[in-house]
Design a protein around this ligand. Structure first.
Ligand SMILES: NCc1[nH]cc(CCC(=O)O)c1CC(=O)O
Length: 305
C-alpha cells in the first residue's frame, strides 16, 4: 500500500530547511495527493561549532539524529547535501534519489577583494575544510588560513564583522539561500576541485521501506547519479571522510564519464592529481581507478592510511 504522507527529517539550518522544502515541493508535484511534512531537528554536527568537523568525528554527525528518527518511525526520509553524506552509509539505509546538480564550484567571498589573486600578502582566509585549505595553500602559500565553522549565515556574519579578509563557501549553498550576490568569483574545476558530491541534494531512506523508496526514486536524476557515484567511489577508496582533503569532479558527456581527483596536504599545500575516463556504466570502477592512481603517487602519506 502506498503511504499517504511522507515525513522529512531535516536539520534546522536555513540551507537544510530550504533543501527539505525543495524536496517536499518536488514530491508533491510528482505525486498529486501525497501529503509531505517537515520534521526539523538538531544534530550534534550543528551543536558543536567550536571545533573543526575533522576533530569531532566527521560528517556522520550531521546524519545520526535524522537516521534515528527514521529508525524510530518518526520520519520516512531525510534530505541531505550529498557532500555531507559519508562515502559509506550506515547499514539499513539507502539513497533512492540524487537531485540534478547545481553549480558545484566553490565561491570566493570577500567584501574587499575580487578574487584570490587580488588578496594582499598574508591575508586572513576562513575555512575549516581541509580540502579548501590545501588548495588555498597551493595557490597562495602566504595566506593565513583560519578555522571557520557554522552554517552559511554564521560564516558570512564573521566575514562581515572583519574576522577574515575572505572566506570560501559553496556556490550552490549561496545560490539556494538567495545570496548569489555574495559570490565575488568562482573557484572552479579543473584547477580547483569541489568536494565529492558537492551541489547535489540527496534523499536518504530506510532500505526496508519499498513503498517510500518507489515514490522517492521519482526525483532521481540519472546523470547526476552517475557522476557522483564515481566521485564517491573515489573518496571511499581513499578512506573517504571529511577528515581527509579530497576533491573530486566528474562530468558526463557523449563520450562517457571523466573524473578528476585530488588529494592535498593542508599544512604544505602539496597537491596530488589524477584523472580518468570510462563508459558511463563503469562509474564505480572509474572512481576506484582514479583513487588507485592517487595512491600510486603517494596519497596515503596525506591520508594517514
Ligand atoms: N558543509 C556544509 C555544506 N554542505 C553543503 C553545502 C553547500 C551545498 C551543497 O554542496 O550542496 C555546505 C555549505 C558550504 O560548504 O558552503
Amino acid at each position: 500500500m502506498n503511504p499517504s504522507t511522507l515525513r522529512i527529517a531535516t536539520r534546522k539550518s536555513a540551507l537544510a530547511l530550504w533543501q527539505a522544502e525543495h524536496v517536499a515541493a518536488l514530491l508533491r508535484a510528482a505525486h498529486p495527493g501525497l501529503a509531505v511534512e517537515l520534521v526539523p531537528m538538531s544534530t550534534r554536527g550543528d551543536e558543536i561549532l567550536d571545533q573543526p568537523l575533522a576533530t569531532i568525528g566527521g560528517k556522520g554527525l550531521f546524519l545520526k539524529e535524522l537516521e534515528v528518527a527514521m529508525l524510530e518511525g518518526r520520519a520516512d526520509l531525510a534530505v541531505h547535501s550529498l557532500k555531507d553524506v559519508p562515502a559509506q552509509l550506515e547499514p539499513g539505509f539507502t539513497l533512492p534519489a540524487m537531485l540534478p546538480r547545481a553549480d558545484a564550484a566553490d565561491a570566493f567571498v570577500s567584501n574587499d577583494w575580487a578574487d584570490l589573486a587580488a588578496l594582499p600578502h598574508g591575508a586572513r582566509v576562513g575555512t575549516s575544510s581541509l580540502r579548501r585549505q590545501a588548495q588555498l595553500r597551493a595557490l597562495r602559500p602566504d595566506l593565513v588560513l583560519l578555522d571557520l565553522r557554522g552554517n552559511v549565515g554564521t560564516r558570512l556574519g564573521k566575514l562581515d564583522t572583519g574576522d577574515y579578509d575572505a572566506i570560501v563557501l559553496a556556490c550552490a549553498g549561496l545560490e539556494r539561500l538567495g545570496l548569489a550576490a555574495r559570490i565575488r568569483s568562482r573557484l572552479a574545476a579543473p584547477d580547483w576541485l569541489p568536494a565529492p558530491g558537492q551541489a547535489a541534494i540527496t534523499i536518504e531512506a530506510r532500505s526496508d521501506n519499498p513503498a517510500a523508496l518507489t515514490l522517492l526514486a521519482a526525483l532521481d536524476d540519472a546523470d547526476t547519479r552517475l557522476a557522483v557515484t564515481a566521485e564517491r567511489a573515489m573518496n571511499h577508496a581513499l578512506g573517504g571522510s571529511c577528515t581527509v582533503p579530497v576533491g573530486a569532479w566528474c562530468v558526463l558527456s557523449e563520450h562517457g564519464l571523466h573524473l578528476r581527483g585530488l588529494v592535498g596536504d593542508a599544512a604544505t599545500g602539496r597537491l596530488l592529481r589524477a584523472e580518468g575516463s570510462s563508459p558511463s556504466d563503469q562509474a564505480l570502477t572509474l572512481g576506484r581507478k582514479v583513487a588507485a592512481a592517487l595512491l600510486d603517487q603517494g596519497a596515503s602519506d596525506f591520508l594517514g592510511l
